[in-house]
Design a protein around this ligand. Structure first.
Ligand code: NAP
Length: 234
């Protein structure tokens, strides 16, 4: 049985990925800032390499080396570029981009030993289209797509695939908070009318794509950025 690690696994998309992979028969460890009391959930900040290393060592002891990593932890931000101070800029880049650096560094040795691995990075549809007032977030998520392509080329010969899934408009606490703070340019209901498939995305929609990308039959798919967005970005 393969072992998977899912960051941001305590909420929204990450939680749906955890549930889906468990249902599919994987051993799954979830990492999150506030992990809750679910089984095999670890409190770890993805920006802190020591916390990641400690959690991964514990996971390895309990479940064996992780050969699957889904990076779903994320932090958004919403401010005019001119008002984003460097601390805020750095924080958003730190969580969304450097967090993936730390987690891949921590799991990669086990994947290289196994000669097999799957990495899925959750980026954002905003990296496709750009998004005003989210320059730091869009910059970080665009970098995640680039990192995905570079790692795919480098790790393909080692049996490790690396893909990115940029979600668009998925019903999670992040989206609902943005709605409450009037950052969406309309309500979720109003956006649904502008979405080709006429519904909001579900965390399970992203989990289904992750489940496919980590499966054996997706072994010829790597370095891809595969949108799951109801047709909002084509
Ligand atoms: P969510 O419900 O807020 O889940 C994100 C999780 O990541 C939260 O549990 C959050 O913890 C955790 N997290 C934040 N900073 C962390 C850190 N430093 N270390 C560890 N965990 C951390 O949001 P979501 O919508 O499911 O987002 C999942 C991913 O999808 C994110 O990367 C997000 O950028 C991306 N995304 C979502 C949408 C969408 O429509 N929902 C669209 C595009 C991209 P706290 O709640 O404690 O902060």
């Amino acid at each position: 049985m393969k072992t998977a690690v899912v960051t941001g696994g305590g909420s929204g998309i990450g939680k749906a990925v955890v549930d889906r992979l468990r249902a599919d028969g994987y051993r799954v460890a979830a990492l999150d800032l506030r992990p809750g009391d679910a089984e095999d959930t670890y409190a770890a900040d993805v920006t802190d390499p020591l916390q990641i290393a400690t959690a991964l060592a514990d996971i390895r002891e309990k479940m064996g080396p992780a050969t699957i990593l889904v990076n779903a932890a994320g932090l958004d931000g919403f401010k005019r570029f001119i008002n984003i101070d460097f601390d805020e800029w750095r924080k958003v880049i730190d969580v969304n981009l450097h967090g993936i650096y730390h987690c891949v560094q921590a799991v990669l040795p086990g994947m290289l030993d196994a000669g097999w691995g799957r990495i899925v990075n959750i980026s954002s549809s905003s990296a496709h289209s750009g998004q005003p007032f989210m320059a730091h977030y869009v910059a970080a998520k665009s970098a995640v797509n680039g990192l995905t392509k570079a790692l795919a080329l480098e790790l393909g010969p080692n049996g490790v695939t690396v893909n990115a899934v940029p979600p668009g408009f998925i019903d999670t606490p992040m989206l609902r908070t943005a709605e409450t703070k009037r950052r969406l340019g309309g309500t979720v209901e109003e956006h649904i009318q502008r979405t080709p498939v006429r519904r909001v995305g579900r965390p399970e929609d992203i989990a289904a794509m992750c489940a496919f990308l980590i499966s054996e039959e997706a072994g010829y798919i790597t370095g891809q950025v595969i949108g799951v967005n109801g047709g909002r970005n084509t």
